[in-house]
Design a protein around this ligand. Structure first.
Ligand code: ADP
Ligand code: MG
Length: 434
């Protein structure tokens, strides 16, 4: 069989998007509603949730594509992926960087972006990179953003940069050299400065749309109270950005969204795509492949194998990932799928052996079942090291991150439980964790 050249199971390009017209409309309206607000001190928050791999990121990407097309003259669109960032601070640095890039590109497109505003974001980015430094060093590092003093309008931003940064842009070089003592910057201060910055940006007539993606993956540590407390603090800091006059888009897995406060009333839980839409999404991706590859996947047995994978998959990610694996091993054939998927499981969760995964799967009688932690431990035959690996490698996922007492299998492993009876109409909704 010929191999696809371009296929990427994680691709989220806007032109690959299928279905979800209703959700798209709702989401676009929520953002454009913010863009129309007359009061430039108001913002809004939107929360998109759903299970792992259901299609949150691609939905946001698709709507952001439209926002960029329609509002690029006056809107900054910033996207930050929290996955694999080590801390809230790292996310905040990325936010400042993203704003910086957007302001510069507006300027490059001949918009009258004040130099002082660009200096302000540079200063905040620099502050975000410091935790505790000598006062002298803070001054030196911030001095190149001196043009922030020219900032017009709401002066709070300049005042706060000076106050929080422990600096005064009026000091002479000699004064700076004689400074002693230290200054420290905590996350709350950086968030405060970013909120002031967004305020100043809005005052200049620009809007900001900020997406924090994969909030749940900033830290996937939930087994002890102490772990969860650290995560909670970090996330709450980031959620404080909703005080700013921006459209803040939060996306995270369903099990995590207990942390989102009630006042964020614009929320959607994405349901699963049906098998027919999964196949359509796959065809969209294969459009770029060589004609010979397309011809081959359109014929039996490949076509039947694809349909069989789509029937078993509950999430788009599971489907795309399985297809990728099976196609690369050249076993797109219904008769050869089962051993191929076993090999997929083995290679994906490498440190966890297939027998352990099978024992784990045997604890579940159906894919959407939740089981208590004790049963997961039993499947590990009481071995704590294995038990922890299952959580760290996300082979099992909690029902509620904040009260992790029950667990389900990663949807990419559902084929280990039993073949799911897929239908044209689609799959049942996942169980509601509330
Ligand atoms: N509506 C859709 N149309 C096309 N592809 C989709 C759709 N939903 C999900 N996918 C694909 O499934 C995979 C997982 O989607 P993603 O948006 O990354 O999920 P999530 O962010 O919910 O974990 C990606 O490859 C994505 O392109
Ligand atoms: Mg995502």
């Amino acid at each position: 069989m010929l191999l696809p050249d371009y296929f990427d199971p994680n691709a989220v390009a806007h032109d690959l998007f299928v279905d979800r017209e209703e959700e798209r409309r709702w989401f676009l309206q929520a953002i454009e509603g913010y863009l129309r607000l007359k009061d430039d001190r108001l913002g809004r928050a939107v929360c998109i949730t759903g299970e792992k791999g259901v299609g949150k990121s691609i939905l946001v990407g698709s709507v952001f594509h439209d926002i960029r097309e329609r509002h690029s003259g006056d809107t900054l669109v910033v996207e930050v992926d929290c996955r694999n960032r080590r801390s809230a601070r790292e996310v905040l640095v990325r936010v400042a960087q993203g704003v910086d890039e957007e302001l510069r590109s507006l300027k490059a497109s001949l918009q009258a972006v004040p130099e002082a505003l660009i200096a302000a974001v540079g200063a905040i980015e620099e502050i975000a990179r410091m935790t505790e430094v000598e006062l002298k060093t803070a001054h030196e590092r911030l001095s190149r953003f001196k043009s922030v003093v020219g900032l017009k309008g709401r002066r709070r931003l300049l005042g706060n940069i000076e106050a929080e940064g422990g600096v005064s842009f009026e000091r002479s070089d000699t004064e700076i050299r004689s400074l002693t003592g230290k200054v420290s910057f905590d996350d709350a201060r950086v968030v405060g400065l970013l909120c002031d910055l967004f305020d100043a940006i809005r005052e200049q007539g620009y809007n900001v749309v900020l997406h924090l993606d994969n909030l749940d993956e900033l830290r996937h540590e939930f087994l002890t109270d102490a772990d969860r407390e650290t995560v909670r603090r970090d996330i709450q800091r980031l959620l404080d950005l909703k005080q700013a006059p921006i459209a803040l888009v939060l996306s995270m897995r369903l099990y995590f969204c207990g942390i989102v406060p009630r006042e964020v009333s614009n929320r959607r839980i994405l349901k699963r795509l049906g098998a027919a839409h999964l196949v359509e999404a796959l065809e969209r991706r294969l459009a770029r492949e060589a004609p010979a590859v397309r011809a081959e996947v359109g014929e039996e047995p490949a076509r039947l194998a694809i349909r069989s994978l789509a029937d078993r998959a509950t999430t788009a990610l599971a489907f795309m990932t399985w297809f990728d694996y099976v196609a690369r091993w050249e076993v797109l054939d219904p008769a050869r799928l089962a051993p191929a998927l076993d090999r997929f499981a083995e290679s994906t969760y490498s440190v966890i052996s297939l027998p352990v995964l099978r024992r784990l799967a045997s604890v579940f009688t159906s894919p959407d079942e939740w089981v208590p932690k004790e049963r997961v431990l039993e499947a590990c035959q009481g071995n704590n090291a294995v038990f922890e690996q299952l959580f760290n490698r996300q082979a099992v996922l909690p029902r509620d991150f904040w009260h992790p007492t029950e667990f389900t299998l990663d949807p990419e492993l559902f084929f280990l439980i039993q073949p799911v009876q897929g239908t044209e109409a689609g799959h049942a909704a996942p169980p509601d964790p509330s």
